[in-house]
Write a protein that binds this ligand. Sequence first.
Ligand SMILES: Cc1cc2nc3c(=O)[nH]c(=O)nc-3n(C[C@H](O)[C@H](O)[C@H](O)COP(=O)(O)O)c2cc1C
Length: 184
Amino acid sequence: MKVIGIVGSPRKGGNTETLVSHILSGAKDRGAEIKLFHLSTMAIGGCDSCGHCRSNPQCKRKDDMQTLYSEIKNANGLVIGSPVYMWQMSAQTKLFIDRLLAFLNKDFSSRLARRTKLILAFTQGQGDVKAFKAYFDQTAAMMGFLGFNVLETIVAGGTLAKKDIARQAALLKTARASGAKLAE
Ligand SMILES: Cc1cc2nc3c(=O)[nH]c(=O)nc-3n(C[C@H](O)[C@H](O)[C@H](O)COP(=O)(O)O)c2cc1C
């Protein structure tokens, strides 16, 4: 049982990493082997739109995305965490998401062998956690289209300073409980 977390914030030890780590801890409590990746420390370029993955089963770009492709294919559960930047996911997260085109066949059916469980985790300065709901719902739908089984989207609001999320003990406890579902 393997569960991996992907952090799309460049701020090491920040709110997004903390949230993703709590979700992973819940999976670990249930016996999962966990791994955490920071997109900002990996060499991941944008999709070149070269078309290679439209007629071949994989992306040909030789960068750190190759590690994530194989980690995701072998994982039972996945957590993708991003801070909200300008009402959307961070640029680092978007580069990663665009590269997931390689998980789709030409007819847009999924190449994933199983519907890997996924939790989306967002943190935002805005205190109202419903403020970007339409965007989060669309992101969840898009991940479902790629072939993931999106269990839920967890949102932490009011997290402007690096450690603000530490004050949200109830949310972090819920996040940990949600993470356990990735290992069921
Ligand atoms: C470039 C940038 C853009 C941001 N845009 C928004 C935004 O549109 N809405 C919002 O609520 N917070 C916004 N924020 C605040 C972050 O979403 C928030 O502080 C987040 O929790 C940071 O996560 P981190 O601690 O993991 O870096 C922005 C922060 C940065 C640096």
